[in-house]
Design a protein around this ligand. Structure first.
Ligand code: FE2
Length: 389
């Protein structure tokens, strides 16, 4: 932290967490003045029966609802328009979303258009709206992305095949409800990818030029919880591990929402073009970027190792810092996560193009270690070669 600078910490969301916390939905919707709720979700969530307790809570509170239950992955402007029409036709005034990152993005978009009119593309960028969106209550069914406590959201413009981001201080969901019972059906790979996305958020939050003791304290606790709970969550389905992971993923996003992100997310973005899942790509890149950042943030890495359970008094700071990387790699071995990029998914020949795209990402500048295009090239090359413990 640079003590000549001014930092801002923002959190716009009430967070309920724990077993059965979905029962808070009805009272919260009532508090927000809900006359009728637009319930946004996707087919997978609806078919898995995850809406039952959600609907129960609304019905107990006497709040009617109408459902948009077919939000696609990477939702487009047409889905937002369709949701908006349903909301207006049915006179809904609160949006409740149950699902992963895609339905949450659609819900935020619908809520923004409901109070501002126009089309989604009018609002690309930061604070381009006149009026705050309708209230959104987010109930995530994955533990990773953290969009339930994030102001940012991404919509796809189908006509240009272009994804664009909107954000602003009014775009946080009013309420997030983290009920581990809604994670009960999460399959292995979505749980792993979401979990490693959350771990990356927490580790990157410690390694930016915007991190402060306030963001570090949240990120370090999240790192400890994820390292403790991700393996039992995905390998045994342990519900208490899911409970911890759920909270940790939200904490990680609170931390990186303020401290921002670094090189892993910058390098990850071009890999989306080759259909690598966001959390998966982050997971692959994380150990390489940690090695790269180590020389400039040994103290932070040592704190991470202590948060992961290492004894501060047994090792030097340098030894502890290396332990943090060792522990992440050890987690990958435990859960069977790959060590390198798969050349069948993306060719090393694409590296120059990927570097060009990654260099345009603001996270390159946020990262604690300054980097050049040559550094990014080397990082991608290493990510194709693999690591050893
Ligand atoms: Fe992420």
């Amino acid at each position: 932290m640079n003590y000549d600078s001014v930092y801002t910490f923002r959190l716009g969301t009430v967070v309920h967490h724990g077993f059965g916390s979905v029962s808070k939905l009805g009272p919260e919707a009532t508090r927000l003045g809900a006359k009728k709720v637009l319930l946004v979700t996707d087919k997978g969530v609806a078919d898995a029966g995850l809406l039952d307790t959600v609907v129960d809570s609304l019905e107990t509170a006497g709040i009617p609802y109408v459902t948009l239950d077919d939000v696609e992955v990477d939702p487009g402007t047409a889905t937002v328009d369709r949701g908006l029409k349903l909301l207006k036709d049915e006179k809904c005034n609160v949006v409740v979303v149950v699902g992963g990152g895609s339905p949450v993005c659609a819900a935020k978009g619908i809520a923004l258009l409901a109070n501002n009119g126009g089309s989604m593309t009018d609002y690309e960028g930061e604070s381009k709206y006149k009026h705050p969106p309708l209230p959104v209550i987010a109930i995530p069914t994955t533990a990773g992305a953290g969009s339930e406590v994030s102001a940012a959201f991404i919509i796809t413009d189908e006509s240009r095949n272009y994804k664009f981001t909107m954000t602003g201080p009014d775009c946080y969901p009013e309420v997030a409800i983290l009920d581990p019972l809604l994670l009960r059906n999460i399959p292995f790979w979505p749980a792993v990818n979401a979990g490693l996305d959350a771990l990356t958020h927490a580790i990157e939050a410690c390694c930016t030029n915007f991190s402060t003791p306030l963001t570090d304290s949240i990120a370090l606790t999240a790192i400890g919880l994820i390292m403790e709970s991700l393996a039992p969550m995905v390998l045994t389905g342990d519900l208490e591990a899911k409970n911890k992971q759920h909270l940790a993923a939200t904490m990680a996003n609170i931390a990186c929402g303020n401290a921002r992100l670094g090189l892993v997310h910058a390098l990850c973005q071009p890999l989306a073009n080759y259909h690598l899942a966001h959390g998966y790509a982050n997971g692959i890149l994380l150990p390489y970027v940690m090695e790269y950042n180590l020389p400039v943030c040994e103290e932070k890495f040592a704190s991470m190792a202590v948060a992961m359970g290492e004894d501060r008094h047994r090792y030097t700071q340098g030894e502890l810092a290396r332990k943090a990387i060792w522990r992440v790699k050890d987690l990958y071995i435990t859960i069977g996560f790959p060590r390198k990029l798969d050349e069948k998914q993306v060719s090393p020949k694409e590296i120059p193009e990927m570097v060009k795209r990654a260099m345009t990402r603001p996270m390159v500048k946020f990262n604690i270690r300054r980097s050049s295009a040559e550094d990014l090239t080397l990082l991608y090359e290493k990510a194709f070669q693999g690591w050893e413990l």
